[in-house]
Structure formats: C-alpha cells, structure tokens
Design a protein around this ligand. Sequence first.
Ligand code: MTE
Ligand code: MO
Length: 437
Amino acid sequence: MPPYLPPPGLDAGADLVADKGKKAPTDRRRFLQGSSALAGGAVAATLAGPARAAGEALPVPAWTRTQGRPAAGPYGQPSGFEGRVIRRVREGAQPPFPTAASSLTPLADIFGTITPNGLVFERHHAGIPDIDPEQHRLVIHGLVERPLSFSLNDLLRFPAVSRVHFLECAGNSGSEWRPARKLTVQSLHGLLSCCEWTGVSLGTLLQEVGVAPEAKWLLAEGADAAAMTRSVPLDKALDDALIVYAQNGEMLRPEQGYPLRLLLPGWEGNISVKWLRRLKLGTAPWQSRQETSKYTDLLPDGTSRQFSFVLDVKSVITGPSGGQTLKSRGRQQITGLAWSGHGRIRRVDVSIDGGRNWEEAVLQTPVLDRALTRFSLPWLWDGSPAVLQSRAVDSRGNVQPTRSQLIAARGTESAYHYNGIQSWQVLPSGEVHNVHI
Ligand SMILES: Nc1nc2c(c(=O)[nH]1)N[C@H]1C(S)=C(S)[C@@H](COP(=O)(O)O)O[C@H]1N2
Ligand SMILES: [Mo]
C-alpha cells in the first residue's frame, strides 16, 4: 500500500488560524479577548493551536502496521484510554449508611446533551434492588373504577412514547448554599443527566383504570427497601408523566429503576420514583417522609416551602471548570449545559469578567423542552485572570439568579433547589477553581 500523502495545501490550517488572529478584531472578538483588550497582533503571538503538519509522508504508527482486535464482544465498552471518565462519589461525602448513597455524572467529560447510560448519576435511598421483570407488577388502585395490575409485558403492548428529558436531583449543587470549598463541576453539579426515555403515558394507563371524579393525587411507591413514596398531583400525572421502561435505546439500567420507573418531566428527581410498583389514587397528598422532612426548603422567616416540584432555570459551564488547568493561552472553548423545568432554554449568556459584561452563547440545536441544552462560546484567553459565568433564560422568560440574589430570596438554611449562577475563577497559571463572588 502506498504511504498516505496529504493533498497539497492540507496543512495550511495553521496559517489560517494565525492569519485570523492578525485581522482587526470585531467587537465580539474584542469582548472575548478579556478585560485587558489586546491588539490583534498580540493575540496572534500568544495563540497556541494545532502543530504545523509536515508536508511529507506521515509516519505509520504501530496500530496501523498490525491487524486490530476482532469484534469487541457482546456489549461494547469505552476505549481503555477513557478510564478516568467515571461516575464518582462527591468529594468528602459521608453517606449515613452504605446503600443510602449517590454517584455523580462526570459533566466535564461528556459531550452534546445525552448522558451515556453508564454515566447517569445515581441516587439510592436503600441500594439497588435486583428485580425479576417476570415477577414485577405495577398496581394502579385507590379511587379508580377498575384497579389493575400491569406486568412489563402488558405495558410493552401500549403505544410507546420516547422523549428526551433532563433528570436533576433537588439536592444538586446543594454545597453552593455553603461557603465554597474547592470542588469539580462533577462534585458540585453532577446530580444531573439527560436521557431519551421510552415508556407509556401515565394518562393512557389512567384511562384504562378509570379515574374517580374525587381523585386529586396519586401515591407513587417504589419496590426498593426504602419503599420510596411521593404524592403526585393528578394534573401532572395526566399531563406528561411517563411510566418508563427504557433509556437511550435499551431497557432501564438496574440503578435507574429496572424494570419500571415514573418520570415527571422538569420536576425534582426525587419524585421520579424508581422500581415503581404502585400508584394509588386519593384526594390529598400523603405527607410522606420525602415531602415533609426531606425535599422541603426552610425559608428565612422560619416557614418551609413544600411541594416545590418544578426545577428552576439553571446552567453551568462544564469547561473550563473546577480542577481543570488551561494548558496555554489563546483559543479556548467555553461550553456548558443549561436546562429549565419550565420549558425550553431561550438563551444563555456568558461572562468572563464575573458578570460585568455578557455575550450570548451559541445553543446546540435542536433545543428541546425540559432537556439539557448545550451552549458554547469561543474565547481567546490572554492569560489574565478571569471569572467565568453562565446565565440561562428559559422560554417563560425566567432568568437564572446570581448566588446573592438567590440567597436574598431564600436564605442559607436550604439544602435543595439551588439554581444560582456558578463562578469559575481562571488564574494566570491556567488553574480553574470554583469561587463565590
Ligand atoms: N424507589 C426509589 N426511587 C427513587 C429514589 C430511591 O432511592 N428509591 N431516589 C430518588 C431520587 S432522590 C432521585 S434524585 C432520582 C435519581 O434517579 P437516578 O438514580 O436514575 O439518577 O430517583 C428518585 N427515585
Ligand atoms: Mo434526589
């Protein structure tokens, strides 16, 4: 086989990059160059980019000289070089006992908007049950005309609905209520994922059982050792609730509720009861542990906010983010995720100077309802200190608050429902840390 020769001109990319830097900066570029405005030529001098490719035959690496491994096997795995991209426990977290634990999505190391199944965060109150789908049943009873018991096979015969939605624990970003200690974006905000969920509309099943006119609430109960229970308003159940059996094209993972879970789009993760075994219709909420002592927000006046289901508009820059180090000045990509339980993301603004100036980021399309939305913005880093922030606006016009605005409204006694703007400080050394400003 003849050696591969790049066609003439293919290595011209490096020159193009350098030329670009020499052009008169546009307003946008000047903004992106940072607080100390640089002349165009200086940017070209500090611009680090791809190495210049040689115009001769490329070296042939070892892996091109020998046959590769045969097919990877029955279930594919990521490259062995990606071993650091894993779910992690929050640094310093002490679960009350081993099965009441959580693991976090590595937000800085995933791309686009869909979370791979093996990296979806987990939150278990009493471990992961091993449920035989043949034996599992979902019973719908209480204030209904015909109580029914559904097997997984029964549910697979109803029209399937697939929708992309984020799932976020109400406790996500909870450490932001407290003084900052050095944490990564995974540790701070990793109780967050986004999957294509497939299942049956709960409304379809409620038609089968026939809802009694006086029914207003449902009790959702899990089959795990926590028997997790939450009260769900009937309106939400009829509106867009899903009984889910699959995520991202395959059956639910055991840790996500195999074989069945409830999914309430845009609502706090806790109410999307996993290993769902029962829905009981009634007239009033049941006041379960998870909606009284937990998942309520203690306000400055001493009262507690209850049934605050909808997750507010929020965003976070995932790169550059805490614990990372920028290797060189010049071209960077600021990127992150935005979401809102109220609808779609309308826009995301990014600041590199701690919120004094803002620039609109580019949103990856399609922008979906109550799904993670990827934003990005090119940045020419001149090596001076910066504070990176992102601010999301949703389709209802809700604007993500700063940390101070959120604390002014909610105090500091909350543990849940934090949606303040995250600040990442970039030092001249390139190190990135979470800060409160
Ligand atoms: N049965 C049951 N459902 C549950 C839980 C649980 O412990 N048991 N944890 C809840 C919480 S607090 C959250 S945030 C989400 C987490 O879903 P995930 O583990 O699929 O990410 O599931 C919810 N549903
Ligand atoms: Mo949660």
